[in-house]
Design a protein around this ligand. Structure first.
Ligand SMILES: *Cc1c(COP(=O)(O)O)cnc(C)c1O
Length: 364
């Protein structure tokens, strides 16, 4: 059984290289594999050896601007098994656009969104025909798909060789896929603010770039050591306004039922889950605001708190601790809007709720 976020790369991998003639040279690489059933029967050591081979790309340069300086961007999107045996990807067009914007933000040639869409579909399709993608299980319906599996697609850029600090002119774009279950381990759902600063005005917080995530990982580790599941970053200037979680956007429901999430600016990652939840809320006739929200306002006015992202899904938070004081939301279970957002998103993704917004794209 695949671990929640273990790295078991599926055999087919997509690789595109922006060549000297400014063309994207695409290829699909079939890495070493057995059948999924044979792989299940391998000993842990044999399995680890095979997985190491799948994650080895000797044709890519070891020393480059990505490996040395974190000059790289990435995406994360998911394909969901459907009842009819197909797999549908959630809003891949949005990920393709964001990947191109991220690459432009890093002053590298943007990877075209049309290529992104086709490659994401094709790489999932090829792994599906080998039997490596999860299959719909009606048992998932019993817990509204909380226990369901999906295909995680991770596209990322990788630069040409280089050792001096520099930007990239001829990047690669690679897409790997892997099976995932739910991201957050069951257990605590408490959050704590961090003194660390994830992003500053004029920085790269709005770009899904590798270099942003070291600070997130540090803060999350520190929160974990203190017994908290999530860390909450405050703004760099006043240390007062809510920004983001470790790698997820944050939402609050106020006592007057207004949904609030920090407005997009250059320190906030424009999450596609965030955008989708805002739309779901507005379609439901709820008041949804994108604006600054201070930690004091959260303490005095919020009744629900949740984090969201492709990996996190919709994760309710039971409390937030700031400077030693704790604000508790609800009775320790998910609030009303959080439950609605979770159920609606998962329902659309796994085909239990009609996708009238055309968010789902069949891999074909
Ligand atoms: C990826 C990411 C998110 C969530 O974006 P989605 O498109 O919803 O997956 C939020 N914050 C950060 C910092 C991220 O890297």
């Amino acid at each position: 059984m695949a671990k929640s976020f273990g790295l078991e790369i599926n055999p087919w991998v997509y690789v595109a290289k922006y060549d000297e003639e400014k063309r994207w040279q695409e290829s699909y690489v079939e890495k070493e594999h057995l059948t999924p059933e044979q792989e299940e029967r391998l000993s842990p050591i044999e399995r680890a050896e095979l997985m190491a081979k799948r994650n080895s790309f000797p044709e890519l340069p070891l020393v480059n601007y990505t490996s040395q300086y974190g000059l790289g961007c990435f995406e994360g999107l998911k394909g969901f098994p459907q009842k009819d045996g197909s797999i549908k990807i959630f809003r891949p067009d949005e990920n393709g656009l964001r990947m191109a914007r991220s690459m432009e933000g890093l002053l590298m040639p943007p990877y075209p969104p049309e290529l992104f869409m086709d490659a994401a579909r094709e790489v999932v399709k090829r792994n599906k025909s080998l039997g490596f993608t999860p299959v719909y299980d009606p048992a998932w319906e019993k817990d509204d798909f909380l226990s369901a599996y999906s295909v995680y697609i991770r596209p990322f850029s990788f630069t040409e060789p280089g050792i001096g600090v520099n930007l990239s002119e001829n990047p690669w774009v690679i897409m790997i896929t892997t099976k995932v279950g739910s991201y957050f381990e069951p257990g605590t759902s408490k959050a704590i603010t961090t003194e660390r600063i994830r992003a500053t005005a004029g920085g790269t917080g709005w770009i899904k770039t590798a270099s942003n995530y070291v600070i997130s990982a540090l803060a999350k580790k520190e929160a974990g050591k203190q017994g908290y599941m999530e860390t909450v970053f405050l703004d760099a200037r006043e240390r007062k306004y809510i920004e983001e979680g470790s790698s997820c956007n944050l939402f609050f429901v106020l006592k007057d039922n207004t949904l609030v999430t920090p407005a997009l600016q250059d320190t906030i990652l424009p999450g596609i889950t965030r955008k989708s939840i805002l739309q779901i809320a507005r379609d439901e006739g709820l008041k949804a605001e994108e604006r600054s929200i201070s930690i004091e306002e959260v303490f005095s006015e919020a009744k629900e708190f949740f984090a969201c992202g492709t990996a996190a899904g919709v994760s309710f938070m039971s409390s937030i601790t700031h400077h030693g004081k704790e604000a508790v939301f609800g009775d320790g279970t998910m609030g009303e809007f959080t439950a609605l957002a979770l159920k609606t998103l998962k329902g659309i993704q796994y085909g239990a709720i009609e996708d009238h917004r055309n968010w789902m794209v069949d891999v074909g």
